[in-house]
Design a protein around this ligand. Sequence first.
Ligand SMILES: NC(=O)c1ccc[n+]([C@@H]2O[C@H](COP(=O)([O-])OP(=O)(O)OC[C@H]3O[C@@H](n4cnc5c(N)ncnc54)[C@H](OP(=O)(O)O)[C@@H]3O)[C@@H](O)[C@H]2O)c1
Length: 309
Amino acid sequence: MRLLILGAGGFIGRTAVREAAAAGWEVTGLVRTGEAARRVAEAGGTPHRFTVTDPGTWAETARDARAVIDLIQPRLPARMTRRAARQVGAARRETTSGVLRTLGSLPADRCPLLVSVSGVDDLDPGEERTVSHTSPLRTAPYGFARIGLPVRRLIEQSGLPAVHVYLGNMVYGPGKGFGDVIVPGLARRRIPVLGSGNNRLPIVHVEDAARALVHVAGLDGVAGRSFVATDGTATTLGELFGETARLLGAPAPRRLPRWLTAAAVGGVAAETLTLDTAADVSALAETGFVLRHPSIREGLPATLEEVNR
Ligand SMILES: NC(=O)c1ccc[n+]([C@@H]2O[C@H](COP(=O)([O-])OP(=O)(O)OC[C@H]3O[C@@H](n4cnc5c(N)ncnc54)[C@H](OP(=O)(O)O)[C@@H]3O)[C@@H](O)[C@H]2O)c1
């Protein structure tokens, strides 16, 4: 089975290439730089240089693939303000339009399934404070849903076969925001817990995020469906940061009063990181998906071992 991964040189993308190759897929990683191409090859995939908005550079590669996982995301600023979210949102809509144009140029019977990736901010947790595969989409802007919801609308308007996977608001693991910033910050007591830290933040280890996407790409009859891909635990932000600090042998992290959080990380990131909701992952489990890191008890030691390697 042939799988295309867009944004294959990124945090989740390169892990998805590695996990898909290990699971026996023939994986093509679409990238725009030589450095990203090297990462794809190292992870066991075949790199293909492309310009996402130019179908001529990748439509033939997409033809007859089983699925395309879209992990393209522009570089995020250190502070995710509403203004920054508008810019990132416009860039995401532009790249998504390029993806849809390319897939739409293929005959319907040779067009791969689009696996669209976002975060659980897009889903309305309702009075039960739980997000699931049946949750309605939010109607009022909240956190990264400002970016994700317009992208989903574009996909739905295209009429192309697509499945929507909602990852935990924090994908943790070695690299990027968690391994490269939060872990060293907690080690030096420079990263505080935002607010009380009592919010249940949906999280998932990067390997399980990548494995879930690859798993969904291989399922039959999932076009039009949504899946929530988190570890399904009710881990709070305070527990995540506190346990990481403890494993690092560092002092417990400070707490930043809630009214200062928006100034520190930007209002949009503050909403995303202080989200309080449980996550129901039963739809994914019913398709046979089994987590490798079912909680931070397994995921954090594995992460820190990699970070310290
Ligand atoms: N990380 C999380 O905590 C998290 C949580 C929930 C949902 N998600 C979702 O998961 C997806 C991937 O996240 P990530 O953390 O893996 O992001 P990432 O590490 O920033 O990777 C994004 C990738 O997109 C590529 N890219 C950016 N602009 C592009 C363009 N115009 N054309 C082609 N490629 C482009 C980048 O390529 P270069 O290497 O060339 O820059 C990079 O490889 C996003 O949709 C995000 O919303 C992530």
